[in-house]
Design a protein around this ligand. Structure first.
Ligand code: 5AD
Ligand code: SF4
Length: 363
C-alpha cells in the first residue's frame, strides 16, 4: 500500500514540475512516506529523519503523519510539513507555500481529509515498467484490536469500479502487463453491484494484461466464489494470502478477528479442494497480551498442520489508542523474542520442505 502511495506522491509532484532525484544527496526536499503498523517501523523513520541536518525540506507523510499530527514537529524540529494518508494530494500546494516564504515558521500540517481525490490515481507514474499496484479500496473498518490502520487510514471506502478499470487500462496502455489489486481487505469490495470476484473477472478479461494478483484477504470475507475465481481465471495467480494471526480461539476473539480456528480450517480445506496446487501464505502475531505458552504452541501446531508456503511472523507491538493497548501486556521482551524465534525456525523448515516438494513435482 505504501509503495503505491509513494508512487502517487511522485506522480503528483512530477505533474507539478518537481524532479524525482536518484539519490537523497541531490534532493532539496525529502518526503518520508511512513507506516505505523509496528513500533519498529516508526523507530526507523525517526532515526532516518534525525540523520538529515539543516538545509533540506523534510516532509512526514502517511500513517505516522496521521498518528503524530503536529506533535511530529516537537519530536523532530527538522520536519517542515506533515501530510496524512488522505491528505497526500495537498503536498504540491504545501511545498508551494513553504517555498513562497509565506510560512515563516515553515511548519504546515494537513491531516483532516477523509477522502482522496480520484485524480491522484491517474498520473501514470509507476516505478516498475511492467508491474503496477492498483488500490481498489482505502481504509479498514474491521478494528482488529491490535491494529492502528482503521485509526490512521479511516473507515473502509471502495473506489468506483469504472475508475479502477480506467486506471488499469491506462497502465496497460503505458506498457504494464502485471497488476496487483490492493486493499486492507480486498475481498470485502463491493461497489454498485460489483463484488470482488466480479471485479477480478472484469480485470482478467482486459486485453494486454498477462498476470493478475491481489492482497490482502480477510478470512471472514473469503468464500468459495473467490476460490473458484482463483482456480478459473487464467491470468490470476494461484495463490492466496490469508492472515491467520493466531491458532488459539481465545486469542482470536481478543483480537476481534471474527472467525474461529475451525472456521479457518474449513476455508483452507475448500481452498485446497478447489484450487489444485494453489499456494497459501499467512500473517502471524506472537506475544499478543496474555497469550499463554499453551496458546503459542497451538499456533505452532496449526501452522504445522496447515503447511503454509510462507508466513510473515510479527512480534506483537502495542499501538496506542487501540483496544489491545489497554490489555495488560505481561509477557516479557525475552518471552516474545523466544516465541518469535521458535516460530520463525519452524516456518523456515516448513517453507523449505514445501519448496523442495514443489520443485520435485515440477521436475
Ligand atoms: N503488532 C504486530 N503485528 C501487527 N500487525 C498489525 N498490527 C500489528 C501489531 N500491533 C501485523 C498483522 C497484519 C500485518 C500487516 O501486520 O499480522 O496482518
Ligand atoms: Fe488491521 Fe484488521 Fe484491518 Fe487488517 S483487517 S488492516 S489487521 S484492522
Amino acid at each position: 500500500m505504501n509503495v503505491r502511495d509513494s508512487e502517487l506522491i511522485c506522480g503528483i509532484l512530477k505533474n507539478a514540475g518537481y524532479k524525482i532525484c536518484a539519490s537523497d544527496k541531490e534532493a532539496d526536499i525529502i518526503i518520508f512516506n511512513t507506516c505505523s503498523v509496528r513500533q519498529h517501523a516508526e523507530d526507523r523513520v525517526w532515526s532516518l529523519i534525525g540523520s538529515y541536518k539543516g538545509s533540506k525540506i523534510i516532509g512526514l507523510a502517511g500513517c505516522m503523519a496521521q498518528n503524530y499530527k503536529e506533535r511530529a514537529f516537537q519530536r523532530d524540529a527538522n520536519i517542515s510539513f506533515v501530510a496524512g494518508p488522505q491528505d497526500i494530494y495537498k503536498i504540491p500546494e504545501i511545498l508551494g507555500k513553504l517555498s513562497s516564504g509565506e510560512f515563516f515558521e515553515r511548519k504546515i500540517w494537513e491531516v483532516d481529509s477523509s477522502q482522496r481525490p480520484e485524480e491522484i490515481y491517474h498520473t501514470g507514474f509507476f516505478q516498475d515498467k511492467s508491474h503496477a499496484y492498483v488500490v481498489i479500496s482505502e481504509g479498514c473498518s474491521n478494528f482488529c484490536s491490535y491494529c492502528v490502520v482503521p485509526y490512521v487510514r479511516g473507515p473502509l471506502r471502495h473506489r468506483k469500479n469504472k475508475n479502477i478499470l480506467m486506471e488499469i487500462q491506462e497502465a496497460i496502455a503505458g506498457g504494464i502487463s502485471k497488476i496487483t489489486l490492493l486493499g486492507q481487505n480486498v475481498n470485502a469490495y463491493h461497489e454498485d453491484g460489483v463484488n470482488f470476484t466480479k471485479l477480478l473477472t472484469q480485470v482478467n478479461a482486459l486485453e494486454g494484461l498477462k498476470e493478475l494478483g491481489f492482497f490482502t484477504s480477510h478470512p471472514k470475507d473469503a468464500n468459495i466464489e473467490l476460490f473458484q475465481a482463483i482456480n478459473d481465471l487464467g491470468k490470476l495467480s494461484k495463490t492466496l494470502h490469508l492472515p491467520l494471526q493466531s491458532g488459539a480461539d481465545r486469542i482470536l476473539k481478543l483480537m476481534n478477528r471474527g472467525y474461529s480456528v475451525k472456521e479457518y480450517l474449513a476455508l483452507i480445506d475448500s481452498y485446497r479442494k478447489i484450487v489444485k496446487n494453489g499456494l497459501l501464505t499467512t500473517d502471524i502475531i506472537v506475544g499478543f497480551p496474555s497469550e499463554t505458552d499453551k496458546e503459542f504452541k497451538e499456533t505452532c501446531g496449526l501452522i504445522k498442520k496447515i503447511g503454509f508456503n510462507a508466513a510473515y511472523i510479527f512480534k506483537y507491538s502495542p499501538r496506542s489508542g487501540t483496544v489491545a493497548a489497554k490489555l495488560a501486556d505481561l509477557l516479557t521482551k525475552e518471552e516474545k523474542e523466544g516465541r518469535h524465534k521458535k516460530i520463525l525456525d519452524l516456518q523456515r523448515r516448513i517453507s523449505n520442505k514445501l519448496r523442495a516438494k514443489h520443485k520435485y513435482a515440477k521436475a
